[in-house]
Design a protein. Structure first.
Length: 273
């Protein structure tokens, strides 16, 4: 029987170059989008958010911290690709002026309102399969592991950024996401704004004991954000039948009328039978 021994002197270096060591931070396997936070990019495999893969964001309470965490990456994705962002089951209406102040045009957003868990899952999968969507943000508090795995497989087939938001209580549940975070809010006394504490619960790399602090809301934006409590962004609600488990309401900010071709592309996946 021939020997299976490997000559480490001849083959070792080439083999080791192809092996990921758990004590080192893995390089990104595909495309990467910078988060806009240097401190966070330094701790993320590949140096940013993975494209074509699920990132799971856990949060305490009712606030998911989606906008302060993701605004820089979303603004860059929309600017570079010219494709809109789909929001599936977002708990609150997007506040256009605050988003625009940080570079994300409100007309690039599609808010899909659906409460039924099955409807959210279906809408999320259709959005991932839509070539005209640059990013998908989905709030799926009741999703099971098998359902998340299905979405992960769908995300791998396309090049969209994909984040799933779930309550902190789901931290004990297994997850197919390669990148898993826990985000908490904190007050920044020196800057007068708000900051985030990002705990990296799962990544291809060594454990990170301390959270990554991020400055998420500069003081100059406080006045703009405070206005969201006094008025609501104008919108045009359109009832759309999801065609599957339950109906969904697609809400577009009024300014989207200036870009009818984008609005049409956003509606397309949710009109599919």
């Amino acid at each position: 029987m021939p020997s299976l021994a490997i000559n480490s002197r001849d083959s070792g270096p080439s083999l080791l170059s192809q092996v990921w060591l758990a004590e080192s931070l893995a390089a990104g396997e595909g495309a990467i989008a910078a988060s806009g936070f240097a401190a966070l990019d330094a701790e993320l495999p590949g140096g940013g958010w993975p494209v074509g893969s699920m990132t799971e964001v856990l949060h305490a309470g009712t606030e998911s911290f989606a906008w302060p965490l993701l605004l820089p990456a979303l603004a860059q994705a929309v600017s570079a690709r010219g494709r809109p962002v789909a929001l599936i089951g977002a708990p609150h209406e997007p506040f256009g002026p605050a988003l625009a102040a940080q570079g994300l045009p409100p007309e690039a957003l599609l808010w899909v309102r659906c409460d039924a868990p099955a409807a959210r899952l279906w809408a999320c999968e259709q959005a991932l399969r839509c070539a005209e969507v640059s990013a998908v943000l989905a709030w799926l508090p009741q999703a099971r592991v098998g359902e998340l795995r299905r979405l992960q497989l769908a995300a791998q087939q396309f090049d969209a950024l994909f984040w799933v938001f779930r309550p902190q209580a789901q931290a004990a549940q297994a997850s197919p996401a390669r990148l898993r975070l826990l985000v908490e809010a904190a007050q920044d006394e020196e800057e007068g704004g708000h900051s985030l504490q990002v705990h990296l619960l799962k990544r291809r790399g060594p454990p990170l004991v301390r959270p990554v602090p991020l400055m998420a809301r500069p003081a100059r934006l406080n006045a703009v954000l405070a206005a969201s409590q006094r008025r609501r962004a104008q919108r045009q609600p359109v009832e759309v039948s999801a065609g599957r488990p339950a109906a969904a309401t697609v809400v577009r900010l009024a300014s989207v009328a200036r870009l009818p071709e984008i609005a049409h592309a956003l509606d397309r996946p949710f009109l599919a039978a």
